[in-house]
Design a protein around this ligand. Structure first.
Ligand code: NDP
Length: 481
């Protein structure tokens, strides 16, 4: 008889959410000139958490001007050793406040507390520690004896890993001597605003980090601002293309981290139980709101039936529900808009002839939810095999030979990540060389480390974040990637 879990909710009393937030410009919170605010909600309950300022053109101008002043007067003149002290301080404050930040992330985003606490926050702190270490050693990074910063960085991030994407962008920018104006996603601004508070607490010179909230239009104004030297964007391929068009012909340096449709390839000699865990982690982690998610499962035909049966068994044990419960595996979908997109694409999957399967899974009455789902009888022409669903939905295909696996894995406009499951090292290396993907995992999936560069090929974007390679994106040098 299976044991039932008792509820194990994390307390939200550690988090103090203000009823409204201004814009963080020049080291303090200011009212938006438009006087307008928008609501941010908890996607698991639809409760309004706070009202957040909508930055207009005058606010974007003020934020870029504050970043420019801080760059000219303070940050670009400071030694790497002194910059490192501030970044280390930020890293330590993130560690000290990690429980509060994890709860806040879960409330605003809908992701399970188990993930924000054990994955997002440790990685956020690690990114700041890692880049603090580089700040006084840039001359040893392979970019020449005295690599120079770029200036003001405009950074626009998505809602799937709000604080982690902030860390990926802010930490290298500061370590390399740039100042920052960052716009978080409209649906998840709260941890970026808590980070503004951390910057104040760390005594970071005013204007080195500016956080402006708003919708896509605010992001557009920011990346198109003429006094910006560098644009870093993570989000959809569609918006990435618009940004690339806007930046073309300017002096701005650009990195784009866009969508994906990764293949997770399981050979018949793979350790099957381990592979099942990797498949689950690959697509159901963070409700599948992951650009590098293993959303296309490629099973070698001889083990397909056995692997599918094990996978379905495993999916029946996943627990969907209250993201603040420490036993929850699948949290809420981030917004009603994203839920509609998942529903539309999964309906298209069925209409095109694929077979949908989900475990029996009670869905809460309020909030935005989607059960873990897989599709069999999928062909490469189906929309669910080609388009990024960005939800807990797996498309299963089969192959017979390694060559067929390579052809199917690379048959996508994207090129962000891939997974290979096999016992043979030689096959792993051969396959990894064939993959048109920026990240290839072997016998694991969705593993991240600040020392390891992350980025894509083709419509998944260009430039790398993390590692020595990621530093090049924030220095006045040729990008090595
Ligand atoms: P977007 O690309 O629209 O959003 C990413 C960020 O860009 C947000 O901060 C957004 O602001 C901002 N933005 C929107 N329009 C512009 C613009 N013209 N100029 C500058 N910045 C802009 O992604 P969505 O959040 O709408 O998600 C749509 C789809 O994109 C998802 O369904 C998913 O498939 C994919 N996606 C991929 C991600 C990835 O990591 N690869 C991450 C997020 C989404 P705002 O939030 O206010 O709209």
């Amino acid at each position: 008889m299976p044991f039932d879990y008792a509820p194990a909710p994390e307390s939200r009393s550690i988090v103090d959410i203000e009823s409204n937030y201004g814009l963080f410009i020049g080291g303090s919170f200011t009212e938006p000139t438009s006087g307008e605010f928008f609501k941010t909600i908890n996607p698991a309950t639809e409760e309004v958490l706070s009202e957040v300022a909508e930055a207009g053109q005058a606010d974007v101008d003020a934020a870029v001007a504050a970043a420019r002043r801080a760059y000219d007067k303070t940050w670009s003149k400071m030694s790497g050793k002194d910059r490192a002290k501030y970044i280390f301080r930020i890293a330590r404050l993130i560690q000290e406040r990690s429980r509060e930040l994890a709860v806040l992330e879960t409330l605003d985003n809908g992701k399970p507390i188990r993930e924000s606490r054990d994955v997002d926050l440790p990685l956020v702190a690690a990114h700041f520690f890692y880049h603090a270490g580089w700040a006084d050693k840039l001359e040893f990074a392979g970019y020449g004896p005295d690599p120079k910063s770029l200036g003001v960085a405009a950074q626009v991030i998505p809602w799937n890993f709000p604080l982690l994407m902030l860390a990926w962008k802010v930490a290298p920018a500061l370590a390399c001597g740039n100042t920052v104006v960052l716009k978080p996603a409209e649906t998840t601004p709260l941890t970026a605003l808590a980070f503004a508070d951390i910057c104040q607490q760390a005594g970071l010179p005013p204007g080195v980090v500016n956080i402006i909230t708003g919708a896509g239009e605010t992001g557009r104004m920011l990346v198109e601002h003429p006094d910006v030297d560098k644009v870093a964007f993570t989000g959809s391929t569609e918006v990435g293309k618009a940004i690339q068009r806007a930046v073309a012909g300017t002096k701005k340096k650009l990195t784009l981290e866009l969508g994906g449709k990764a293949a997770n390839i399981v050979f018949d000699d793979a350790p099957i139980d381990q592979a099942i865990e990797g498949i689950v982690n690959g697509i159901y982690f963070n409700q599948g709101h992951v650009c590098c998610a293993g959303s296309r499962l490629l099973l070698q035909e001889s083990i397909a039936d056995e692997a599918l049966a094990s996978l379905k068994r495993r999916l029946t044990t996943l627990r969907l529900g209250d993201p603040l419960d420490k036993n929850t595996d699948i949290g809420a979908i981030n917004s009603s808009m994203q839920l509609s997109k998942i529903e539309e694409l999964t309906a298209a999957g069925e209409a095109e002839g694929a077979e949908r399967w989900s475990p029996t899974c009670p869905i809460p009455d309020k909030g935005f939810w989607f059960p873990p789902t897989l599709f069999t009888n999928v062909t490469q022409a189906h929309r669910i095999a080609r388009e990024e669903i960005f939800g807990p939905v797996l498309s299963v295909l089969t192959f017979r030979t390694p060559e067929e696996a390579v052809a199917k894995a690379n048959n996508t406009p994207f090129g962000l990540s891939a997974g290979i499951w096999t016992e043979k090292g030689s096959r792993t290396l051969w396959m990894a060389n064939q993959m048109r993907a920026g990240i290839v995992w072997a016998n694991t999936f969705n593993r991240f480390d600040p020392a390891s560069p992350f980025g894509g090929f083709k419509e998944s974007g260009f430039g790398r974040e993390g590692g020595v390679q990621g530093l090049g994106a924030y220095l006045n040098v040729e990008d090595p990637s």
